[in-house]
Ligand binder design. Structure first.
Ligand code: SF4
Length: 258
């Protein structure tokens, strides 16, 4: 079973990491579009044959819907802790992402100044300066790094675009501050290959990347919903806490969301 949003502005929902969060889905409604094809993706597989037919929601419409919702929430005294860009895939693929961030900041300041703006992204579009500059403006720039080795990146995230772990880490270095790394730990089998980013070797390589990047903090979490690959294992809280402790030992903040 997959989980797809059928609207541009959704929620508010209660999020493990963001509290009460008003979501913005910049991808087509009811259809997944992403530059990754993670084995655990709640939205299911990216249908590569659909890519040429993708129509992004226009930025003007996004602005109108967001303003309407924030005005309504303000009137009802129900303002959210966060306004988050998530949804049916990778938000930074939207061609007007930078403009959308700019007007979201204006609307947040006008209607809900205490809400944090969060972007959950897979960090594959950081070769574009406009995407990097936009992410530098948000309060919570939450970027994915599930692997410490190329092999594991390919096994877990299945990039559709031509990108390597080395390039992702190098692009992430553009954030000298305001960087939160999100990592999902998982075990399972996909296409007959064992997948496990919790092994000592994998965690050691991932920690080396973190040392290089020096994020403000690291968010660690397991799978929470049904995934396109059957039988994936939800890594235990004890194991995730042990990994978080290794992050703390190298001088970085880490939190487990279970
Ligand atoms: S990056 Fe996010 S949206 Fe894209 S496939 Fe992975 S989990 Fe799904």
């Amino acid at each position: 079973m997959t989980f797809l949003f059928d609207s541009i502005v959704f929620g508010p929902i209660h999020s493990r990491r963001l509290g009460v969060s008003l979501g913005i889905n910049l991808l087509p409604e009811g259809c997944k579009y992403c530059s990754f094809n993670c084995i655990y993706c709640e939205c299911g597989w990216t249908k590569i044959s659909n890519i040429d037919k993708i129509i992004f929601p226009p930025s003007m419409l996004i602005r109108q819907l967001l303003e309407k919702k924030l005005r309504e929430m303000q009137k009802n005294n129900e303002l959210p802790d966060a306004i988050s860009f998530a949804g049916n895939g990778e938000p930074t693929l939207h061609p007007d992402f930078a403009e959308i961030i700019d007007f979201t900041i204006l609307l947040r300041n006008k209607y809900s100044p205490k809400s944090k703006i969060a972007v959950l992204s897979n960090a594959t579009m950081l070769h574009l300066p406009e995407v990097v500059n936009a992410l530098k403006k948000v309060d919570m720039n939450i970027l994915k790094l599930d692997a410490g080795t190329e092999e594991t990146l390919r096994k877990i995230n299945h990039p559709i675009v031509d990108i390597t772990l080395k390039e992702i880490v190098s692009n992430l270095k553009q954030f000298t501050s305001n960087l939160i790394i999100q990592t999902l730990f998982v075990r399972g089998v996909c296409n007959g290959k064992n997948i496990d980013n919790t092994t000592n070797v994998e965690v050691k390589e991932w920690l080396k990347c973190l040392q290089d990047l020096k994020p403000e903090r690291v968010m660690i979490y397991p799978i929470a919903r049904a995934a396109p690959v059957q039988g994936l294992e939800k890594v235990s809280l004890i194991e995730l806490e042990a990994i978080a402790e290794k992050v703390r030992k190298i001088g970085l903040k880490a939190e487990v969301y279970y």
